[in-house]
Design a binder for this molecule. Structure first.
Ligand code: GCU
Length: 669
């Protein structure tokens, strides 16, 4: 039910002042200026890449970092995932899958709540994909007559009944084995499944994956039938306190096989992974490695970049790794205004992978951010992995082009992908369109810092993200979390994640969205003080002055205390507006209020001397179960600059104007 705009106007006829001082009773907590009171299994060990020595230990935190680095390489890590699956021979298993919604996990647990797949000879379980052997045989499920859901895709937006559903859904897909010369290997690859997935092939369990936003795979060589393979996946998206994220988020808990499913077919010895970027400290050279799987020792590996006349060779060591360091004569460096990608061909042991890589450097020097050695201001916007027009998870290249196209239209050169790893299409499209990216893992608000399984989970997610996207020129910042409350446990937890990101990738910057607190002695003084800021390369924080705290007019009175000689990025600011609702600038949820908030926030932020970028909250409205305000939010967070209907709000143009001026000022004379 939409309430006519007239009624909204009547509802908000309240004048300035009465609204400002009240905290919203809807339980949305006033975020800023609160004094922050402190209150955190992978079968195969993978050899960590060589990493230049860390910065000299300065403080306890540096000692923590060193300890974490040492610890990092001991911890077991997940089965490595084949890099660049879209460039491999593959059978796409996308499309219609038969599904069974199973709120009681009846297909997984027997009536004594014991998992069927733990039984020697399972007596039940939907993963068996059984058919009655005779008319009198009792089988109380049948995938062939069950409803279909589209993969990739969340289940919530595909059926009214499933919009709020959290629990188990069984997915089943049958397929025939594609032609493949003898001796090759096959892997089932999942781009992601939210939140936990148990995977079965022809009734046999392949394994389990936890975490809704990173890829995973299982080898099925020798396990395929010529015809009628039954692939069954139990997907469960129940939120859990020890999870990452935990039970409380301001985004929709979209469940399902939300990304592509592929049957990869590779040679017996193949190129498993690779990482190639400009050599830290010498932008005239490329450095990196190629990791072979199943190859004979000392296998020769070749990297060719035809457009640059590059052909470099190296020999893999006993572990299958070949290190590269070669000149890149005449390379045009990647940048938003020049998103130059080069065709890179990697070949070894009879396998060959074609990749597209842009070469650029990113660094922080004092409070400057340097892209290819030149100061850059990040004209950004935040984004959820959602297509508002469908009210669904964004899954495809088309979705990526739509969303990033809007960001370009806004005048952006930077996008913060919040709060979890988005799909690979987004990062690859950003490479092409020329948008710098901030990528993040869902260590969001208050998770179980002291729980080792929570740490292992978060560590798997940063590992999965970095390993998937470290060849993307667009990605410049890894973020290890958002609005996490300061405490020694939390900082130790985050320190390990920072160490892991740096261990896997010495070429990028690391940060997290921190919080601002009020100076108790001066209410208009905003203080950014967080032990994490000591460790991070960039000091980023979210601020909601004028929305969760005060009104836009208050911005003029605010002074900033940010003591770090580091680049500052405002990772969030903004306020809700219902597209099409017009009223006075003091009327909340009106476009005028939001536009006024932007007009008054931008100059306030420009008073921060170290300001080098921002990613306002948020490009477009997005679904959130925490936003019930009827007739206005209706289950949507309305802080978008673009409505769920795709229409631009007034503030969109306020920000674009600001960015156009910034871009003009940055243009080399
Ligand atoms: C937070 C949080 C976002 C949330 C936003 C809001 O800062 O990081 O996830 O959606 O504020 O309240 O709209």
């Amino acid at each position: 039910m939409t309430i006519p705009i007239g009624t909204l106007r009547a509802r908000f006829g309240i004048v300035h002042g009465s609204f400002a001082n009240q905290r919203r009773s809807s339980g949305v907590r006033a975020r800023q200026f609160e004094t922050s009171v402190p209150h955190p299994a992978r079968p195969k060990t993978r050899r960590p890449p060589a990493r230049p020595d860390t910065k000299p230990a300065k403080t306890l935190l540096a000692t923590l970092l060193v300890a974490a680095l040492a610890a990092a390489s001991e911890l077991p890590c997940a089965e490595p995932v084949i890099a660049n699956p879209y460039a491999r021979t593959a059978l796409a298993l996308d499309g219609a899958w038969r599904t069974i919604v199973d709120p009681y996990d009846n297909g997984y647990l027997d009536y004594r709540l014991q998992p069927y797949d733990a039984q020697e000879k399972p007596t039940g379980g939907y993963f068996l994909d059984r058919k009655p052997a005779s008319p009198s045989d009792l089988v109380e499920y049948d995938f062939d007559t069950s409803p279909e859901l589209t993969v990739p895709g969340d289940w919530n937006s595909q059926s009214e009944k499933l919009l709020y559903y959290e629990g188990t859904v069984w997915y089943r897909r049958t397929f025939d084995r594609p032609e493949s010369p003898a001796g090759r290997r096959q892997f089932l690859y999942f781009g992601a499944a939210n939140y936990e997935a148990e995977v079965y092939l022809n009734g046999r369990k392949l394994g389990r994956h936890v975490g809704g936003f990173t890829p995973f795979q299982f080898e099925v060589t020798g396990g395929l039938r010529d015809r009628g393979n039954s692939l069954v996946v139990r997907v469960n998206d129940q939120r859990r306190p020890e999870g990452v994220p935990t039970v409380n988020t301001d985004w929709w808990n979209y469940g399902g096989l939300t990304r592509d499913v592929l049957l990869l077919d590779v040679p017996a010895a193949f190129i498993g992974d690779y990482f190639l970027q400009l050599k830290p400290g010498d932008a005239s050279r490329a450095a990196g490695f190629v990791q072979l799987e199943g190859a004979a020792p000392a296998a020769p590996v070749r990297i060719e970049i035809a457009e640059l006349g590059v052909s470099a060779e190296a020999v893999a060591d006993a572990g299958g790794r070949a290190a590269f360091d070669f000149a890149l004569p005449g390379a045009s460096l990647w940048a938003p205004e020049n998103p130059r990608l080069y065709g890179v061909s990697i070949s070894a042991a009879g396998d060959r992978v074609a990749e597209k890589i842009g070469f650029r450097t990113i660094a922080a020097r004092g409070s400057d951010l340097l892209l290819n050695g030149r100061p850059v201001f990040l004209r950004g916007i935040s984004l959820h992995e959602e297509n508002p027009l469908r009210g669904a998870r964004a899954t495809s290249e088309d979705d990526a082009r739509l969303l990033l196209g809007w960001a370009k239209e806004l005048g952006c050169n930077f996008v913060r992908l919040a709060h979890y790893p988005h799909n690979e299409h987004l990062a690859r499209t950003a490479d092409e369109l020329g948008l710098l990216l901030w990528e993040e893992i869902p260590v969001y608000w208050t998770i179980h810092w002291g729980d080792p399984s929570t740490l292992a989970n978060a560590r798997d997610q940063i590992t999965g993200l970095v390993e998937r996207d470290r060849n993307r020129a667009s990605v410049v910042i890894w973020s290890v979390g958002n609005e996490t409350p300061v405490s020694p446990e939390r900082t130790a937890f985050m320190t390990k994640l920072i160490a892991r990101a740096r261990q896997l990738d010495p070429t990028r910057l690391v940060s997290a969205a921190m919080e601002v607190r009020r100076d108790p002695s001066d209410p208009n003084r905003a203080v950014v003080e967080d032990p994490l800021a000591e460790l991070a390369d960039i000091v980023s924080f979210n601020e909601y002055i004028g929305w969760y705290v005060g009104l836009p007019d208050d911005c003029a009175r605010v002074s900033w205390a940010v003591k770090y000689d580091k680049p500052v990025i405002i990772s969030e600011f903004g306020g809700d507006a219902l597209q099409g609702f017009h009223a006075t600038p003091l009327t909340r949820f009106s476009e005028e209020f939001q536009a006024d908030l932007y007009r008054k926030t931008l100059p306030m932020l420009e008073r921060i001397p170290q300001l080098r970028g921002m990613s306002p909250w948020i490009l477009c409205d997005f679904r959130s179960p925490r936003r019930p305000l009827a007739g206005i939010q209706d289950g949507w967070n309305r802080k978008g600059l673009i409505g769920a209907n795709g229409k631009r709000k007034e503030a969109f143009f306020v920000l674009r104007q600001f960015y156009d001026a910034k871009a003009a000022a940055e243009k080399p004379r």
